[in-house]
Design a protein around this ligand. Structure first.
Ligand code: MN
Length: 393
């Protein structure tokens, strides 16, 4: 095993935690509440701070404007202070143009101009919040779409999306980016305005030079080759970031690698291959977008971060020189085996060593269970009335 490669990979690997992953979430059938779930932005940041303190690789937290900034941009200062007290920093800023009643028929794609303007203003406010927090990325996901054929003017809605995204792009500071996320279906069940990576790519290109595509691994049809999409977006310099999660059926928001760890490995392998080939680091944000309905929130996040680290380290073991040779000779068994052997390698002992070297607990999950943090917050948070429902579903 090439330990140097693993160490180099781990030194550069960071993954962003979502504030909403620490709150109560559910399905459309109901929510199972957890007594230790975070209800306030302070609690979410504190829980994220625990994950970072134990793993050392998740220093930033994705924030959700509607749920985490009750007073909009005026909340930015307080959120910033709470984050630094929790030992983390604000990460990507996520506007919400899907929850309010006015968005029943869409946001940027709504036929009613006043609704489009309202949505645009909210996203502009989100850019202002990001600027105040020195967050680089504003991450855009739209629930826009329709449920029945003939009920929406697809080409007109596309033009409205272009106009709104261009207007939003003009608000960006020179060091900010906007990330355009796609999803094939849900909540819309006939057409979704930004349904796949091609639509996201075209809209990002139309928006302006600081727009990129965001790939949410759960937002694809089953069996779609996600790593090929990643390779194409890298080649086009249009890959902005990831929302990682796993799924068995649709957008299940399960923990990373729980169903198909080889797929995440293959995605990381494409990114590392790009870096090997070009000699430049791919400027791609790794973020987690999961909701843990049954698992404990903090444990699920520690598990996610450590599994992501393992899969990244395995991908870093692929010998790209040998792979290039095998590919050039069309020695397909040798080429495939280079990936399989790397994936089959147990990198956990090397990661433990890396953690010890960085004065981190060798086993973050065990350290969390020993810490008493969960018992403390369970006692503090149990029994209170659930605060405003600030989460998906
Ligand atoms: Mn997402």
């Amino acid at each position: 095993m090439n330990t140097d490669r693993i160490v180099r990979a781990l030194d550069s690997f960071r993954i962003e935690l979502p504030s909403w992953g620490f709150a109560n979430t559910g399905t459309r059938f109901g929510k199972f509440l957890q007594p230790a779930a975070a209800a306030t932005i302070e609690e979410k940041l504190n829980d994220a701070g625990q994950v970072h303190a134990l793993t050392g690789v998740s220093p930033t937290v994705a924030l959700h404007v509607l749920w985490d900034f009750p007073r909009g941009v005026d909340s930015a200062h307080e959120v910033s202070a709470l984050a630094s007290r929790a030992g983390v920093q604000p990460g990507s800023i996520n506007p919400n143009v899907f929850q309010d009643q006015i968005y029943k028929f869409g946001s940027f794609g709504n036929p009613d101009k006043s609704v489009r303007d309202h949505a645009l203003q909210h996203t502009k406010d989100s850019v202002a919040i990001a600027r105040r927090l020195k967050s680089r990325d504003v991450s855009l996901w739209f629930a826009d779409g329709s449920n029945y054929p003939g009920t929406a003017n697809i080409r007109q809605r596309r033009r409205w999306f272009e106009e709104c995204l261009q207007a939003l792009h003009r608000e960006l500071a020179s060091d900010q980016r906007m990330l355009v996320e796609y999803k094939p279906f849900e909540p819309a069940f006939y057409h979704t305005d930004i349904a796949d990576w091609g639509m996201a790519l075209l809209l990002a290109r139309a928006a302006g030079p600081q727009a990129r595509v965001l790939v949410d691994t759960g937002h694809h049809y089953l069996s779609q080759n996600i790593e090929q999409i990643v390779a194409w977006l890298l080649a086009e310099d249009m890959l902005g970031g990831f929302h990682f999660n796993d799924r068995r059926y649709a957008d299940d928001d399960l923990t990373i690698g729980s169903i198909d760890p080889y797929q995440v490995f293959r995605i990381f392998r494409e990114i590392l291959h790009f870096e090997w080939e070009t000699g430049t680091r791919a400027d791609v944000a790794f973020m987690i977008d999961q909701s843990h309905n049954l698992k404990g929130k903090i444990e699920a996040m520690i598990q996610t971060v450590t599994v992501a680290q393992e899969l990244y380290a395995k991908a870093a073991l692929v010998d790209h020189d040998a792979l290039a040779t095998a590919q050039a000779r069309s020695d397909i068994v040798a080429a495939e085996s280079l990936l399989q052997d790397a994936f089959a390698t147990d990198v956990r002992p090397a990661i433990r060593e890396w953690r010890i070297m960085h004065r981190l607990p060798a086993d973050p999950m065990d350290a969390f269970r020993q810490s008493g943090y969960l018992q403390r917050i369970t006692a503090e948070r149990a029994g209170r009335a659930e605060a405003a429902s600030s989460s998906y579903a």
